[in-house]
Design a protein around this ligand. Sequence first.
Ligand code: TXA
Ligand code: MG
Length: 325
Amino acid sequence: MTAFILKANSSGTYARAAAIIEQGGLVAFPTETVYGLGADATNAQAVARIYEAKGRPKFNPLIVHVATKADAEALAEFSPVAKRLASAFWPGALTLVLPRRKDCPISDMATAGLDTVALRVPSEDVAHAFLKAAATPIAAPSANLSGHVSPTDARHVMEDLGERIDAIIDGGATALGVESTILSVTGEEEVRLLRPGGATREDIEAVLGHPIGTGPEKAAMPQSPGQLPSHYAPHIPVRLDATSVSSDEALLAFGRPLDGAAAMLNLSEAGDLNEAATHLYAMLRALDDRRFTAIAVMPVPMTGLGLAINDRLKRAAAPRPKEEA
Ligand code: TXA
Ligand code: MG
C-alpha cells in the first residue's frame, strides 16, 4: 500500500500521525535538516520496521527525537558541558550522544544495544507538533533507502519509501538541507565530532570555548552507514573538485559555473554555503540520470556548513560496495 500523505497544516494530521505511531507504524516527517522516518522509540517491533523499510543494517543505532530539552533529560545523563550544548543549540540541528539513564525506556533496537543514546530536539514547527502529539520519543533516521541520498522534500520520501511506510507528513522543502551535527559527550568533559552537520564547528567551539576533537574513539564507535565511506550516494558516479567538465557529464556548480557540461545545476551562484546546503540533496537527485557519465562537482570551501557539504560529497563520490546492475 502507498503511504498516506498528511498535509502539515490540515486539522487532524497530528492526531492521525500519533495514532499510527501508537499502533507501531511508520510516519515520515520533516525536520529543519532532512525528513526523518519515525517510529515509537520505546517499541522494539516498531523500530525493527524502520530498519526493514530502509534496508538498514541493524547494528546501526538511530537518533531519538523529543519535543523538549526536559523530555531529553528524562532519557540520558547530561554532564555540565552537555547541558551547555543543549541550551545553546536546542531546538536545532545538533544531536548529542549521551550515556543512557538507568530508567531510559528507549528500546535496545533503537540504540543497537549501546549504553549511549543519540538525542535531538528539532526546531521545525511541524516536527515539534508531531512529537508533541505522539507523546513518546521518536526514533528517526533520514527517510531514504539505506545508502541513498537523504530526502529534503516529501516527494523524495515517496520515491524511496512510498510503498514501505504508513504515512508522510508533507511540510514542503526542509530549511537546512543537511543532517544534524553529531557530538558525543560521554565523558565528563570530552566532546567529539562524530558527524559534521547543520550546527557548525565554529558555533560549537564558540560555545565550548575550545577546539573539539574529530572522529570516533575506535573502540567506542558503532559501525554506522552515515560514517561508511560510501553513503548519501546517487546511482551514477560523482567526481569531486572539478576544474573542467566534459560534454557527457552533468555539472553541480558552486559559484560561477564551468562551461561545457551536458546539464548544470548551481548549488549557489552567489557562493552562499547555507543556500548550497538547502540545494545539495535535491540537486544530486535531479542530476542522477544515466544519460550522464558522472556528476562533476565544483570545489566547495571548508568553512561553516561547507564542512558538512564536503563530508556528504566525499561519501557520495566514494567507491561503491557493489556495482549496481
Ligand atoms: O538531521 C538528522 O540528524 C536526521 C533527522 C531525521 O533528524 N537524522 C539522521 O539520522 O541523519 P541517521 O540515522 O541517518 O543518522 C544517525 C547517525 C548514524 O550515523 C548513527 O550511527 C549515529 O547517528 N548514532 C546514533 N546513535 C548513536 C550512538 N549511540 N553512538 C554513536 N553514533 C550514534
Ligand atoms: Mg541517513
